[in-house]
Ligand binder design. Structure first.
Ligand code: COA
Length: 170
């Protein structure tokens, strides 16, 4: 099925956060009650896919983060500088409204997050995610993310490996 024509934008006060209804109540509650405060304090950035002017079909959050070098697979870690930590961008949350699931929107939001992280002038080695369960981890593995050996629900994708074809198709 081809995706509906969503617009991607930074979250704005005019967007209808209250109507967002994914199958994860914590992710709905975060958008409803917490995210604007986090954005105001600069501890996260939030981007939304809009189905019309104000209707949020999906959202994700991004913030700076780091990974312990020792937590990466040894074959990857040995190619990086010997600093204790590696700079990354964390996609803290990703969620699609139930009405828009299975239409390619989750993949498009992920591609947009990767593109945004890769385009930043501030260097980051990888986009990292904390999958909330095995199903979410499978979604990220499907998109070529690599699990940390000792923490399979934390996954990363090196930004230098991105192909131009990964660019968000919206
Ligand atoms: C996970 C989630 C974001 C996926 O969004 P979606 O819009 O339904 O997914 P898409 O239609 O974009 O799927 C894109 C691709 O991922 C695949 N996919 C989707 N869910 C998958 C899963 N759990 N495991 C493996 N592959 C999966 C699809 O088959 C599709 O593959 P294709 O591009 O090869 O055809 C959505 O189901 C969701 O909001 N879940 C609840 C919150 C959540 O789990 N967030 C994840 C981070 S904690």
């Amino acid at each position: 099925m081809s995706p509906a024509p969503f617009q991607l934008a930074p979250l704005d006060a005019a967007h209808d956060r209250a109507a967002f209804n994914s199958d994860s109540e914590p992710l709905n509650r975060y958008l409803r009650e917490q995210v604007t405060q986090d954005v105001r304090r600069r501890v996260t950035a939030c981007f939304v896919a809009l189905a019309d002017e104000n209707r949020i079909a999906g959202y994700y959050t991004l913030a700076s983060a780091s990974l312990m070098l020792a937590d990466l697979p040894a074959s990857i870690g040995k190619k990086l500088p010997r600093y204790p930590t590696v700079p990354t961008v964390r996609m803290g949350r990703l969620s699609v409204d139930q009405a828009f699931k299975g239409q390619g929107l989750g993949g498009a939001l992920l591609a947009d997050a990767l593109d945004r992280a890769a385009r930043s002038e501030i260097a980051a080695y990888a986009l990292i995610v904390d999958a909330k369960d095995d199903t979410a981890a499978a979604f990220y593995r499907h998109h070529d993310f690599i699990a940390l050996p000792e923490s399979p629900h934390t996954l990363f994708l090196p930004l230098a490996t991105l192909q131009p074809s990964r660019k968000a198709p919206l």
